[in-house]
Design a binder for this molecule. Structure first.
Ligand code: CMP
Length: 141
């Protein structure tokens, strides 16, 4: 299978818990590699653009406020079947429903503060990566 890229965010609540290494270890031990990475604060306008598909949802304002409340770790992850693999490693959106051992089950606090984001398709991955990374910031693995 071809190597695929996906976009990952370690969200402000997980950064505050000081578990970046633990989360990255879960990606790496499951065969994903970091192709790009930066610790960053996301602006309100960039966050609204990133989550544009959720604009009409009642939780949109809360989601943007939370995601801009502190630093996040932005990453491009690379590997075979990376989009699906990342979603399996993260677990269900709602930490209460996430399989034991997944990142969201371990470090998620609620549906909104669910520790990590991962692209839901290769098309979303391409859009999301381009929003946050220049081509020359991503290494070929
Ligand atoms: P994420 O993978 O970042 O994509 C969109 C986010 O919206 C999702 O994770 C959740 O954090 C958040 N979200 C989705 N549904 C709800 C909900 N019902 N209430 C609050 N937040 C939600």
């Amino acid at each position: 299978m071809a190597i695929e890229q996906t976009f990952s965010i370690i969200k402000p609540n997980a950064v505050k818990k000081n578990v970046l290494g633990n989360i990255v270890e879960q990606f790496e031990s499951n065969g994903l590699k970091i192709a790009a990475c930066k610790l960053s604060l996301i602006s309100k306008s960039k966050c609204e653009e990133f989550y544009a598909e959720h604009k009409a949802r009642p939780f949109f304002g809360e989601l943007v406020a939370f995601m801009t409340s502190g630093p996040v770790l932005l990453m491009v992850l690379s590997g075979e079947n990376a989009v699906l693999k990342n979603r399996e490693i993260m677990g269900a959106t709602d930490p209460k429903k996430a399989t034991v051992g997944t990142i969201r089950a371990k470090f998620g606090d609620s549906m909104g503060e669910n520790a990590v984001h991962g692209s839901d398709s290769p098309t979303s991955a391409a859009r999301e990566i381009a929003l946050f990374f220049e081509r020359n910031e991503i290494v070929n693995l």
